[in-house]
Design a protein around this ligand. Structure first.
Ligand code: NAD
Length: 286
């Protein structure tokens, strides 16, 4: 028995294929995003970028006063909800709040993270501090992914993002505990991208270089006790490699916008490193 084979004459390239990027002004029109740790720094810059591209954003942060101030500053398309990402019930509540307010969740950005005051030697490590960092930086990210997936899977669409770090790619850049947490984030992204691809959900992360946001400056003040804040900002920025510019929250927001939008519709399991080339050729020098 010979099977009759019909050769399709359909064009190899889909007629709906379009060259170039979508509109630069409204790349997230009609989308709803939930961003953890968005009261400040990278999360705030990304919330602002998403809103200026047409999205509605729920800002979830442990800092209630600052979170509310940020939401007010960003205007009517920003709403604040108090959330400690280390508590699963808070994450679940933030996802449910987003759905009740906007009826959908298109983008989950699990961005909240902390550094920690761990000693340079593992011999002196307090494992309670290790647990605390893992609870926020790792468990908090996993909880965000879990509850976002719960509402995204039935819709068969969604984009999940996290903030990893260059310290999740190289040892020796930060204290071991923080570094371990960011290696884990990259691992979770890869494994969840594989699991969720069959549901049409993309999972990616960004890995910034050092930006003098509040938690980095807190960490720097521990490394350089007594040094004034302006000098700490200079030290952080001078550790970079790309002459004539520094890594800023907006650089990460631009990357998050790309990964969240349909411009990245075939990008999943990716770690977008924003480090001015640092991890390609440099070791840290203060
Ligand atoms: P940031 O201090 O400006 O912002 C962190 C935000 O997370 C704050 O608003 C804080 O209140 C919030 N937060 C902390 N613990 C929380 C919790 N348990 N639940 C909810 N919210 C919580 O710092 P940032 O630089 O914008 O940090 C954002 C992310 O970027 C973090 O995951 C961090 O590890 C990562 N990152 C930062 C840098 C950098 O150099 N700034 C580099 C690489 C990665």
């Amino acid at each position: 028995l010979r099977k009759k084979v019909t050769i399709s004459r359909a064009p190899v390239v889909s007629p709906s294929f379009k060259m170039g990027f979508s509109s630069q002004t409204a790349r997230l029109e009609g989308k709803v995003a939930l961003i953890t740790g968005a009261a400040s720094g990278i999360g705030k810059a990304t919330a602002s970028k998403f809103i200026s591209n047409g999205a509605k954003v729920v800002i979830a942060d442990i800092q209630q006063q600052l979170g509310q101030v940020t939401a007010n500053e960003l205007g009517p398309n920003a709403t604040f909800i108090a959330c400690d990402v280390s508590k699963e019930s808070d994450i679940s509540n933030a996802v449910d709040f987003t759905i009740s307010k906007h009826s959908q969740l298109d983008i989950m950005y699990a961005n909240a993270g902390v550094a920690c005051n761990t000693p340079p030697s593992i011999v002196d490590l307090d494992l309670a501090v290790f647990d605390r960092v893992m609870n926020i930086n790792v468990r908090g990210v996993v909880a965000g992914m879990k509850h976002a997936s719960r509402v995204m899977i039935p819709r068969k669409t969604g984009s999940i993002l996290c903030t990893a770090s260059v310290t999740g790619l190289m040892g020796g850049l930060a204290q071991h505990t923080y570094s371990v947490s960011k290696f884990a984030v990259i691992g979770i992204v890869k494994s969840l991208a594989a699991e969720l691809s069959k549901h049409g959900i993309r999972v990616n992360c960004v890995s910034p270089f050092a930006i003098p946001t509040p938690f980095v400056l807190e960490e720097m003040s521990r490394i350089f006790p007594g040094v004034d804040i302006q000098r700490l900002i200079e030290i952080t920025q001078n550790a970079g490699v790309l002459e004539g510019t520094n890594c800023e929250p907006n650089d990460i927001a631009n990357a998050a916008l790309y990964l969240a939008s349909d411009d990245a519709k075939y990008v999943s399991g990716h770690n977008l490193v924003i480090d001015g080339g640092f991890t390609s050729f440099k070791t840290l020098e203060f």
